[in-house]
Design a protein around this ligand. Sequence first.
Ligand code: MG
Length: 391
Amino acid sequence: MQTAVIIVAAGRGTRAGGDGPPKQYWPLAGRPVLERTLGVFGAHPGIGQIVTVIHGQDRELYDQASAAFKERLGEPVIGGATRQDSVRAGLEAIGLAAPDAVLIHDAVRPFVTGEIIDRVVGALDSAEGALPAVSLADTLKRAEDGHVVETLKRDNLWRAQTPQGFRYDKICQAHDAARRKGKDDFTDDAQVAEWHGLDVVVVEGAASNIKLTTAEDFAIAERLLSSGGSAGGEWRIGQGSDTHRFEPGDHLMLCGVRIAHDQTLAGHSDADVGLHALTDALLGAIGDGDIGVHFPPSDPKWRGASSDVFLVDAAERIKSRGGRIANVDVTLICEAPKIGPHREAMRQRIAEILDLALDRVSVKATTTEGLGYTGRSEGIAAQASVSVWLP
Ligand code: MG
């Protein structure tokens, strides 16, 4: 089934007090909420076209938040006065592409998961619409003037989330009918669909798929992210190793730092064994091949290339999936040169290339006590481990 998604990011909700950007552009653990949301859909193999609906005044904020997905996204669509108008603008923008199904998602739900998307899309095989929802745990009270007057039955009650999915032609018809009748007070698309008589089914959402509305929601989200917990993502580990042999020369490159030495390392690029191991570790964490796949040694373009190019590419691949690198740890194995005097410069260089805080970068060194090829000083080996958080 061909599935497009509309990300509704045209809302005006700002910080209490009214200053600052709208919520979808607030930073969450250092990255805009919208960037995280785009990362989830951009990485989902079942999603085709992604249409983002923004407010006319937010173009600059949008360009920053979507920079990592530039090639994946078309031009954003400018929304209307109400959420309903904005969704309709998104549906019209899809227009000729006419997918089988469309998902409509609030930009301020960055913790949506691939599993939720799969369940919504899967339900559209047999239903005209589907929405993820969670059952109510709390008892519901109705109060008047602060006094409880009734306890409501919570059987059959659900909290609706997004993405809400629909057969594309059906939801277009429903929105068109609502416009013709001047109905503009619907709070979500499932309500538009219900009103138009579409069959909308409920699928399992997730408690972590929260809508970030208040400052408290953001505080909860920050805690979820910093604990690496069940915030709709997962930790990945990657490891890499590499070896280059010595040949006559007067310097070598190790972890991005030029070191004077009575030999150099042989290799197609600058033979920076440390950055090569680290690049492979990052690619390993996201299951995206290895350095040789993306930069074939047979391609003369990479002759003598500075290896930070490879590392930047791997980091971009992680970023384009909405991921972030938590830490990297490189071990260099050699008898000489001595690494100690250069260790801090290496850490700083890697931190700079990957845009990481220094305490997330480790460079260590060891010898093999004279044993083996590194012990005989025939070359230098490197190992690297990384941890990566993917939404
Ligand atoms: Mg290599």
